[in-house]
Design a protein around this ligand. Sequence first.
Ligand code: BGC
Length: 491
Amino acid sequence: MSVITATSAVPPLHSPRSTPRPRVAMMVRSSNAVSAASILTKLHSDCATPLPLLRQVSHAMAADMRAGLAADGASDLKMILSFVDSLPTGDENGLYYALDLGGTNFRVMRVQLGGKEGRVVATEFDQVTIPHELMFATSEELFDFIASKLAKFVEKEGGKFESRRGRTREVGFTFSFAVKQTSINSGVLIKWTKGFAVSGTEGRDVVACLNEAMGRQGLNMRVSALVNDTVGALAGARYWDDNVMVAVILGTGTNASYVERVDNIPKLHAPKSAGGSTIINTEWGAFSRGLPLTEFDREMDAASINPGQQIFEKTISGMYLGEIVRRVLHRMAEDATLFGDSIPEKLQMPFSLRTPDICTMQQDSSKDLEVVGSILYDVAGVNSKLESRKIVVDVCETIAKRGGRLAGAGIVGILQKMEGDSKGAVFGKRTVVAMDGGLYEHYPEYRRHLQDAVTELLGPEISKNIIVQHSKDGSGIGAALLAATNSIYPH
Ligand code: BGC
């Protein structure tokens, strides 16, 4: 699962007087100086998400889903088949592992399942930060690192966790990048996202990469299920609630999966009589139509390692919101002396302002916006006046509001597509959208804007049936459950 560590804890307050002055770099200003207020006004209008715009976004999302289901390559949305045709029932039993690689952290987990009676008897996990250099290393180096951490974790098995004698341990591998799945336990990496640029993995089966690395560690383990984090989250949430039909991750990156009827997937070429359902991984981060984008988004995209790609993700997800705000503030500092005569060096550094920072600034209810002042000082190296702090909070709110509302419109797009194919089956009954990811979990204003957009788009009556709810850490347990469902051993 992708996690941004958006702590709600306020960072320590530093008195600017008691710490050394931040370094500043003098820049020559452009002669046509403007006011911060006018940049802000333009930002408000460029980021506006009125209801008609949200409607267009949700319709475009539904249309792109249909196109992606019709044929590969026909849409921004890849609509990837997950090969998960049966969701957990509650009967799953035994010890299973889950390995979750999706962002700056990866997680190993063991889950002891006890069938309908015992359910999830016990879980244990370890979380490891991926060293930054490994995000640019070779595939072998990355997978060897992961397998070595897994081996250490397996060594500590004991207590409530019992693996059956003579059996190979089975792993559910949550791999949260765009993969062309070829079976439940194989899939080829299409593209790294979220800042990863590991060489030699794209075009390869990531399960083979992991199995080989586990072999090099001498581990007797096999991957029984390869799942996207949204697919794991859907399976995990469905284990507790039969009404879960959609799962959305809003963390470092973003994506959504949902339950689709097999006969609604023309590219599957399934016999008309096939019936049944499967999970589709939309990879909605690649969606791009009708989004209200600003010059700051365009510049950030152009400077990214995947220009022109993942535009929805770059507009709404945790990896990027802080960076968009930084770019706006930098422009305000440069063109409108927001922080005085000089432009702080740190503020010029891409990604120096993180989404947890903008979230914390938005929570500041003090009269002088002290927390905002302290974050600006620590993170961006600026000494700010109250007036500037207010503008900064406004910029954070504008970017978070646009992100939350667009995410809400995306969810409604999925629901409308499902409802369009099966009148009443989604809007006419309780339907749950399981949400996870650090951005959703830790950013209350973002969450509120998302919910507002869903309610505005669906109207009060239908909204009563649509439950958008946090389902924490479902993807790890979901992957373990899918490993159980797809076990090589008889149930
Ligand atoms: C990846 C998806 C993933 C999402 C959330 C995106 O960048 O392409 O596969 O589900 O992030 O982690």
